[in-house]
Design a protein around this ligand. Structure first.
Ligand code: TYD
Ligand code: MG
Length: 452
């Protein structure tokens, strides 16, 4: 038998080279090439065989079959998955250590094990530790099959023998394939193991759920590599100090992305939060300067999140720090605030934070961030029951946010009473109990909140 050939693949751009190089020939990054197994080049006969089995067809003649989602028994997880798991689908679930990935998947597998065969492959914990966790979660008499193994070939053999409908691999970084010399967790190993498991999933119809750890840089190990291989990518977010956790879909071949599932970590595992709109508000007795409530839209659900800002006199090079919000966007907002509203913060340290460890990426947060900064600068609190949303442009204009009506209604439902929103988002019919101030420009918004 011919010896397995190695190639060297760039962890950044995926370019490959037959020998190791210090600098990637594709993207020019340094020290990113890692060993990987070369795919055998398909012979001419193989192409002919494939062509026969897969005839070219006209798109309109191909039957469009609906993808059947199988619910996991955990409603919030199903929401993030776009309805549930899919036969032969490969899901990657990433997140910081200790956030609750193993807990959630064990709970999901237990629920699934009532109707189908499930297998939990643990590379990080022993079988006894998994058993201990399951007792803690109150899963007595669980039918989940458990395998403590890190060698890929043995796992593949177990998959063939057990033929589960769903298999969890916890985690992909602990696996290694005999075919590669590099250590478990290296880009080459992660990539090869994930690729092999994906092939098995597609061939056998088993749903494979891979757990992946997030690196210090905030990317899943083997950046770009894993996300391309799998069908669905979920990220587990949240502050390990607070009990709330978000599961966010960032890629989904079988459903919508940006749907989120909301959970609370309790004594007995993760519990879904069916109505999460008010959990990211802090509980001040009196309104405080530097806080502004934002109505953000996560997937299909509006949520109220408190944005906090602290502006404090800085040194010669003042700092701009943000937690849960984009820092570049913060710098942009400070420039707009100065240029268009005459509010200067260039000699001040500016810190902003989204309460509860939630990460907000939508530009509709701009107006709330800006009003929080302005509030902290002036030392004046916004009135009780105040909220805002709207995108801000470099010219100082306030642009409408998508689905403004829904946001306004959700806030009104939770008892909020005063809003500053883009004029295009103002509803034709007034909303009961809500005073809405429409704005088109940043300076307008600033002068309105000064009067409140
Ligand atoms: P875990 O699922 O092990 O995290 P991950 O697999 O993402 O690394 O979660 C571990 C944390 O969750 C741990 O700090 C303890 C906490 N926890 C609870 O609060 N309640 C529980 O019922 C369980 C099982 C864990
Ligand atoms: Mg774990």
């Amino acid at each position: 038998m011919a010896k397995e050939k190695s190639i060297y693949v760039c962890g950044e751009c995926g370019a490959s080279s037959p020998k190791w190089l210090g600098k990637c020939p594709g993207c020019g990054a340094w020290n990113t090439l890692v060993e990987s197994v070369a795919e055998p080049a398909p012979g001419k006969n193989r192409f002919q065989a494939l062509a026969k089995s897969q005839p070219v067809a006209t798109l309109s003649e191909i039957e469009a079959s609906e993808i059947a989602h199988q619910g996991t028994g955990i409603a919030e997880l199903d929401r993030a998955l776009g309805g549930g798991i899919v036969e032969g689908g490969v899901v990657l679930i990433g997140g910081d250590p200790g956030i609750g990935k193993s807990t959630l998947l064990l709970q999901a597998l237990d629920a699934l094990s009532r109707t189908m065969k499930t297998l939990y492959v643990t590379g990080e914990e022993s079988g006894a530790q998994v058993a201990l966790r399951s007792r803690r979660l109150g899963l007595e008499g669980s039918q989940v099959r458990v395998l403590a193994e890190i060698q890929l070939e043995r796992i593949l053999a177990a998959l063939e023998a057990e033929a589960p409908a769903v298999c969890v691999i916890d985690s992909i970084q602990t696996l290694y394939s005999e075919q590669l010399a590099s250590a478990p967790g290296s880009v080459a190993q992660v990539r090869e193991c994930a690729a092999q498991l994906t092939r098995t999933a597609k061939a056998s119809g088993t749903t494979v759920i891979l757990v992946g750890h997030v690196t210090k840089e905030g990317a899943l190990a083997g950046p770009r590599v894993l996300e391309h291989i799998v069908d669905t990518v979920l990220y587990f977010e949240g502050d390990t100090h607070s009990s709330f956790r978000l599961v966010r879909a960032v890629k989904n071949r079988f459903g919508a992305v940006n749907e989120i599932g909301v959970f609370a970590m309790t004594e007995r595992g993760l519990k879904g939060v069916a109505n999460p709109s008010a959990i990211f508000l802090s509980t001040h007795g009196e309104p405080v300067p530097g806080a502004c409530v934002l109505v953000t839209l996560e997937g299909t659900r509006p949520m109220l999140v408190e944005i906090q800002a602290l502006v404090d006199s800085g040194g010669p090079s003042p700092r701009r720090l943000s937690v849960g919000l984009d820092r570049d966007r913060l710098a942009m907002l400070l420039a707009v605030l100065h240029r268009h509203a005459g509010v200067a913060a260039f000699d001040q340290d500016v810190f902003v934070n989204a309460v509860g460890g939630v990460r907000i990426s939508e530009p509709a947060a701009d107006l709330a961030v800006l009003l929080a900064i302005q509030g902290s600068l002036r030392g004046r609190a916004l009135p009780r029951g105040f909220f805002a949303f709207g995108e801000i442009g470099l010219a100082g204009e306030v642009r409408p946010a998508p689905r403004g009506q829904e946001r306004l209604r959700e806030a009104a439902k939770l008892g909020f009473s005063v809003a500053v929103v883009p004029s295009a988002n103002v509803p034709k019919k007034p909303i009961e109990g809500l005073t809405i101030h429409a704005v088109d420009r940043v300076e307008q918004a600033i002068s309105i909140v000064r009067e409140l």
